[in-house]
Design a protein around this ligand. Structure first.
Ligand SMILES: Cc1cc2nc3c(=O)[nH]c(=O)nc-3n(C[C@H](O)[C@H](O)[C@H](O)COP(=O)(O)OP(=O)(O)OC[C@H]3O[C@@H](n4cnc5c(N)ncnc54)[C@H](O)[C@@H]3O)c2cc1C
Ligand code: SF4
Length: 807
């Protein structure tokens, strides 16, 4: 087998590998190095993460199991530093050397940071990866004023996100108009008016010359001498292809790594694809052309005859709620162009098409973009427009269905993934698709930025005709192995009495008989939730950390976090932990965020021995279960405490530990409203008041920061326990697997949850089912110590552990 190595684990690179696997599944032994510590994720959706519309788990495109299933060796958090072109091998920053027959460089780009004094101060960031997003989200919790430099696509999306995070936002732009490379002055001023109405403030025609402040940024100075205050500065002024490795190794680099029409660099057997590549003096920063490049490269590497890559025309859209815009091609008129234009200032609709010799050469649409795909096709195909009506207007009488009928089959619907109307219609007809989710899964349409989903939905409606069921079409199936939704799965398990993961997949006719890493853990959870104490857990269907009862770290070692009920420990336990840490040469001993002690960097084969020596229960720091109950010191020692927070925390943790929940659950107990345990941002938080407890729910202190909502105020600890049992059980029974309580409450409605739990009989029944479920759990570390079969299967040096995991 030939050895194929790829530098970079991002969108363009991994899409190329997907194409290669489709063409020649057995041809290569594939190794991928990714500098970021994650599997391939949808970078486009970082804007949605910042704007609070999604979370990291939802934007993973290829989970870790995908790499395993395709026999791909993946090194995450590890960058390639050097390519030895003579020895044909790459060398990583961890000293790892891997030989290649074919090498793909897909290292993407970095944010361009202005080379001005102070640009390295704390609080200055680009907008490129998860880390940048996390930094912005964290800053928004502490600071109030953000300044975004750059009034282009990324800058405006970042600014919208920061507004959503509660910051005051100024956008600084060098030019007199926003998005001046994509929009003409009219469209640009409409955009500016809309964004100002949303709360953005613009500082136009300002050239930033200095970042002010001591260690942390405090403001910006402009060339005209004026200044603006800032606690956070986001530089979104462009990208810089990541060419360092290629350049240092002697591969020809101009702005990007120079490639020919087959994505070959100046060195044989070395290719470049994506934002790091320069093709015919162009470096592209949108996925559609990069995916086209990936297709061409896959053909080239697999030796399959394919078309050369000849460059792309790209179309731009902005992912900001309330803004509908599209732009492609030329923007400015010259002596040889003519414009066709509609401008309805009253409704904020502006459409302008620029033509030359009866052919469209530029499009700007603002406020109504439904003509975009058709016009874009006419532009890319250089269609003669004489005799054609250019814009669909209200009075032209063409509804959505007529539009779809009139659309030619080769019209591009999903620009990011290059999916045409014809491909979608064929997939719907030949594969019997009925939901948007299925179409997306089968064709890739809508898998990237998601803007084409309304159009895909219209095509689905048009193709299915009377058979189209609008509500069912929006149904989300558990995963690509089935068309069944969560509700249907739970109903079928109950109705047919299904009792194992295999049986569910068989009886419900999964199209992939082994299932996948998305559906197997979900089915296992639903079976356990429905059958309560009767169900025998299918350990191999669990996510990898749960399977191992330890959290896998980025270097392949594990962490061990013993339980400390309510965050309370003893001198004897501390001694034991210290001795174990010494005995096993644990490289890192660290207090965790959940008031426990974590031992990090443990070898898999040492786990059972360590657990035995510790003789403490597992803290489940890895599970979709109750993680910790954080407590404050409370009335036992604190002079403000009105309640015994430690005692309640310990009681809660002892009762609900090991309980399987749809996602992790964290609790906090504070003995007074000063709230030292941060109970207001926990899944369930308890705050002591004079004569009782306030119970807060659906808080979240992670990426999707959310304060908890008051569920109820109760008088006694017994009532706390009863309400918590009922709430948790209702969550277990109605949430989607991997849905946090914060999202679940938002979906169900707080008033609805309150109403359900207000009824005493309902609470009683929920608590009975909870108690029945709690009976079945045993201590997992103990089980591993006592069971040699488990030790051999999971903890022997020779077993390989790969799986998907979510935080
Ligand atoms: C906030 C945001 C919004 C966007 N919105 C859109 C949009 O709406 N539509 C659109 O089409 N595009 C959008 N894009 C652009 C799109 O995400 C990129 O074009 C695409 O991700 C580029 O893919 P790539 O594989 O070339 O680079 P990347 O996805 O950046 O992947 C490159 C990877 O290589 C890694 N790497 C670099 N050097 C090394 C090394 N030496 N060793 C190992 N690994 C290395 C990097 O860490 C990175 O993970 C957006 C981008 C951002 C940041
Ligand atoms: S929350 Fe109140 S009782 Fe608890 S430690 Fe803080 S001040 Fe003391």
């Amino acid at each position: 087998m030939k050895k194929l190595v790829m530098i970079g684990n991002g969108m363009a690179g991994v899409r190329t590998i997907e194409e290669i696997i489709k063409l020649a599944p057995e041809q290569f032994e594939i190794t991928i190095f990714g500098q970021e510590p994650y599997p391939n994720y949808n970078r486009i959706k970082l804007s949605n993460i910042l704007q609070g519309d999604t979370n990291f788990e939802e934007i993973i495109i290829n989970p870790l199991d995908w790499y395993k299933e395709n026999n791909i060796q993946l090194f995450t958090g590890e960058a390639v530093e050097q390519i030895d072109l003579e020895a044909k091998c790459v060398i990583s920053d961890q000293g790892r050397e891997v030989e290649y027959d074919e090498l793909i460089i897909a290292s993407g780009s970095n944010s361009f940071i202005l080379p001005i004094p102070g640009a390295d101060k704390i609080g200055v960031t680009g907008f490129r990866d998860i880390q940048d997003c996390e930094m912005m989200i964290k800053s928004s919790k502490q600071y109030k004023k953000a300044v975004v430099i750059g009034g282009g696509l990324l800058g405006l999306e970042a600014a919208r996100g920061l507004l959503n995070l509660g910051m005051k936002v100024d956008v600084v732009h060098l030019m007199p108009h926003l998005m001046e490379r994509q929009l003409d002055p009219i469209a640009s001023s409409l955009l500016r008016a809309e964004l100002e109405a949303q709360g953005m403030n613009f500082l136009m025609e300002k050239e930033t010359v200095e970042v002010l402040g001591d260690k942390r940024v405090s403001g910006l100075r402009f060339k005209d001498g004026s200044e603006v205050e800032a606690d956070l500065v986001v530089m979104a002024i462009g990208i810089k292809p990541n060419t360092a490795v290629a350049k240092n190794s002697g591969i020809f680099v101009n702005r990007g790594i120079v490639v020919n029409d087959f994505m070959e660099t100046s060195v044989p057997n070395v290719y470049a694809v994506g934002e790091c590549a320069e093709h015919r003096e162009m470096v592209y920063g949108l996925v559609a052309p990069l995916y086209e490049q990936g297709k061409v490269l896959a053909n080239q590497i697999c030796g399959t005859a394919g078309k050369p890559y000849e460059g792309s025309v790209t179309g731009t859209q902005l992912k900001v709620a309330g803004v509908d815009l599209f732009s492609a091609g030329e923007i400015f008129e010259d002596g040889s162009t003519k414009s066709i234009m509609i401008y309805n200032e009253y409704d904020g609709i502006y459409k302008r098409v620029l033509t030359r010799n009866n052919v469209i050469v530029g499009i700007v649409l603002y406020g109504d973009t439904k003509d975009s795909t058709r016009l874009f096709r006419m532009l890319t195909k250089k269609e003669d427009i004489s005799g054609n009506s250019i814009f669909h207007t209200e009075c032209s009488g063409s509804g959505a269905s007529d539009d779809i009928a009139a659309m030619p089959n080769d019209e591009l619907v999903c620009g990011c993934n290059g999916v045409t109307k014809g491909a979608i219609v064929e997939a719907i007809k030949t594969q019997g698709l009925t939901t948007l989710d299925q179409v997306s899964h089968c064709t890739n349409a809508g898998r990237s930025c998601g803007r084409c989903k309304p159009m895909v939905s219209s095509i689905l409606a048009h193709t299915l005709g009377d058979q189209f069921d609008a509500a069912a079409a929006q149904k989300t199936s558990i995963c690509g192995c089935t068309t069944i939704s969560r509700e249907e799965l739970v109903a079928e398990i109950k109705a047919k009495g299904l009792s194992s993961v295999k049986e569910v997949m068989n009886v419900l006719e999964w199209n992939n008989e082994e299932g996948c890493t998305k559906c197997r853990p979900a089915i296992n959870y639903y079976l356990g939730m429905i059958h309560m104490d009767e169900y025998k857990d299918d350990r191999d269907s669990r996510l990898v950390n749960e399977k191992m009862h330890a959290n896998i770290q980025k270097d392949g070692t594990y962490s061990v976090v013993p339980r400390m009920y309510g965050g309370v420990t003893t001198a004897a336990d501390l001694k034991k932990i210290a001795e174990v840490a010494e005995k096993y040469n644990v490289p890192l001993v660290k207090l965790t965020g959940g008031q426990r002690i974590g031992l990090f960097g443990v070898k898999k084969e040492d786990l059972p021995g360590m657990w035995e020596d510790l003789d403490m229960p597992s803290g489940y720091a890895y599970g979709k279960t109750l993680r910790t109950v954080k407590t404050c010191v409370g009335a036992q020692f604190c002079r403000y405490g009105t309640q015994d927070s430690m005692a309640l925390g310990i009681e809660l943790e002892k009762k609900f530990e090991r309980l399987d929940t749809p996602h992790k659950v964290k609790m906090g107990v504070s003995a007074c409203p000063r709230n030292c345990s941060e109970a207001g941002i926990k899944d369930i938080g308890f705050v002591g008041i004079d004569g009782g407890w306030e119970i807060y729910v659906a808080g979240n202190g992670g990426v999707d920061l959310r304060p908890g909502d008051l569920l109820r105020t109760v008088k006694t600890e017994e009532e706390v326990m009863e309400m918590t049992g009922a709430y948790l059980q209702y969550y277990r029974e109605t949430a989607n697997y991997l849905e946090r309580t914060s999202k679940w409450v938002e979906r169900m409605g707080l008033d609805h949850v309150k109403e359900v739990l207000a009824d005493e009989e309902t609470r009683k029944a929920l608590n009975e089912r909870m108690d029945q479920t709690l009976k079945k759990y045993t201590e997992p570390w103990n089980e591993a110590i006592e069971n040699e079969e488990i030790q051999d299967k999971y903890y022997s040096k020779h077993t390989i552990t790969v799986g998907s995991e979510s935080k």
